[in-house]
Design a protein around this ligand. Structure first.
Ligand SMILES: *[C@@H]1O[C@H](CO)[C@@H](O)[C@H](O)[C@H]1NC(C)=O
Ligand SMILES: *[C@@H]1O[C@H](CO)[C@@H](O)[C@H](O)[C@H]1NC(C)=O
Ligand SMILES: *[C@@H]1O[C@H](CO)[C@@H](O)[C@H](O)[C@H]1NC(C)=O
Length: 467
């Protein structure tokens, strides 16, 4: 451990993420916030996933802060890392289950590390993914350790899962209840079982941290706070955004040039639709073809990140080369760009030329899009995504649905794509939605500045753990 005379050095923060990109990313971003407060931060996982987190660090993060994080590569048994099945109409990434099962075996090495860190610090503060509650359970037997559950999904999703876990249906108020997507078909029994197995270990925690805030999820945060069960919980903090909300992303970064950012620089303001379905979506050839033709027929500018779902070990084997319709890239030259590498998503969303985002609505993508004021065409695939899409399209009204959750069994055809792209990118309705998204983005970015509501919540959390 680095020696440093700062008083805060007596309190060490330990992050225990679930090994999945969206989760690794959120806790890595959170690490950088503690680093800037001079607190030592430890990041715990397998060598593979620690490497993955570093390699794909959000481009807005300060490399000096990342360099200060202590990565602990814990011994992890080999786990199967099969390829995703692009032809499955059920989109949940079942091929990642062996990775998550292996993560549950980290309990003993994690406990050893926590004891060692606790012997040198005044207090250790463990911040963990909900699905790692089992792994960090030994916090209970370390007198100077305390743990916090980090909610990586929207409050709306969390509340919905919580009620379902207890066999109850989520009850929202009036109008919202009518519009809520049914929670069916989002996940597998395996992951629900893994979730339920965490519950008995959750009582160890001293509080919950949510990657959301009142500007985004006010009604659902109220609902959570009014619930008699939740009122018995320990303290809650709503600290989003934790991504760098004011990075200097619009100017070229000479150290890290990227052809897609250069291309964006040449496009008119708010003219480009950015398309990406994150790291856990695999699309069939037919789905890709319909999307490609829909984009082409819409005649709108686009930047499309075309990648297959991650495997459990992203370093093993080559991902599938996804085929586009014959001659597509030639025909759309100058109008659209296809990227097959890892793309700098926060930089793209913060770019002035980006005017829309076609997204699966994973929570990182939603938070980035909301923070940078970009409206969404929502195409939920699995897990919490139907809830997030509902939040964006129906509650915040900063997006449109590509297709409703109830129609998830059908392939979205090219004319549906063409329509929704035109509605968002080339209509008065789209301009209204974009204005609303920009206004929300401004407010969310302000909330992370000094005296802003999120900044105050964050300060309150830091004051609490360093008390
Ligand atoms: C998916 O279906 C296509 C034909 O539509 C086939 O060529 C391909 O091999 C299938 N892929 C898998 C992984 O089953
Ligand atoms: C509060 O939440 C619990 C689940 O934790 C649920 O069973 C209960 O019905 C909720 N109460 C109300 C009034 O919605
Ligand atoms: C495409 O999908 C839309 C919406 O589901 C449907 O109304 C339309 O009939 C479909 N068009 C074709 C050509 O299948």
């Amino acid at each position: 451990m680095d020696r440093c005379n700062d008083v805060s050095d007596e309190v060490a923060v330990v992050m225990v993420p679930l090994p999945a990109q969206g989760h690794l990313n959120q806790l890595l971003q959170f690490c950088c916030i503690f680093s800037s407060h001079g607190l030592p931060v430890h990041y715990v996982g397998s060598a593979i996933h620690n490497q993955q987190a570093r390699l794909r660090a959000n481009g807005g993060l300060d490399p000096n802060k990342i360099a200060k994080i202590h990565f602990h590569d814990l011994p992890t048994p080999d786990f199967a890392s099969p390829s995703p099945n692009p032809n499955a109409s059920f989109k949940f990434p079942t091929h990642l289950q062996p990775t998550w099962d292996a993560s549950q075996l980290l309990r003993h090495p994690t406990a050893r590390l926590l004891r060692e860190l606790a012997s040198k610090a005044r207090r250790i503060v463990v911040i963990h993914d909900y699905l790692m509650s089992y792994v960090v359970q030994d916090v209970a037997s370390i007198p100077n350790a305390e743990s916090y559950n980090f909610n990586c999904v929207s409050v709306l999703s969390m509340v919905s899962y919580m009620y379902r876990g207890l066999g109850k249906k989520f009850v929202a108020d009036g109008e919202l209840r009518e519009l809520m997507p049914p929670p069916e078909g989002c996940t597998t029994d395996e992951i629900v079982k893994l979730g339920i197995a965490q519950m008995e270990h959750l009582s160890v925690r001293s509080g919950d941290i949510h990657n959301s805030n009142r500007l985004i999820e006010g009604p659902f945060i109220d609902l959570l706070e009014q619930n008699e069960t939740a009122q018995k919980w320990k303290k809650q903090w709503f600290i989003a955004p934790i991504l760098p909300a004011n990075p200097n992303l619009n100017s070229k970064n000479p150290k890290n040039p990227n052809p897609c950012l250069d291309w964006l620089d040449e496009q008119p303001q708010s003219s480009v639709l950015y398309i990406s379905f994150g790291t856990t979506t695999s699309m069939s050839e037919r789905e890709v073809r319909e999307l490609a033709l829909g984009l082409e027929h819409s005649k709108q500018k686009f930047l499309w990140v075309l990648r297959d779902s991650d495997k459990g070990d992203i370093f093993s084997g080559k991902p599938r080369e996804i085929e586009l319709p014959e001659g597509f890239e030639e025909r759309v030259k100058g109008v659209g760009m296809v990227v097959r590498d890892w793309a700098p998503q926060p930089e793209i969303l913060a770019h002035r030329s980006t005017g829309g985002f076609m997204s699966h609505c994973g929570w990182n993508s939603c938070m980035e899009s909301i923070t940078f004021g970009v409206p969404i065409t929502a195409w939920p695939m699995h897990s919490d995504q139907p809830f997030n899409s509902f939040l964006v399209a129906q509650v915040l009204k900063t997006g449109l649905m590509v297709r409703e959750w109830a129609d998830r069994g059908e392939v979205v055809n090219s004319s549906a794509i063409e329509n929704v792209v035109r509605r968002l990118m080339a209509s008065e309705e789209g301009d209204e939605i974009r204005k609303r998204a920009q206004k929300l983005g401004e407010n969310v970015r302000k909330s992370a500045q000094e005296e802003g509501v999120s900044q105050m919540e964050l300060n309150s959390f830091i004051a609490h753990i360093t008390r």
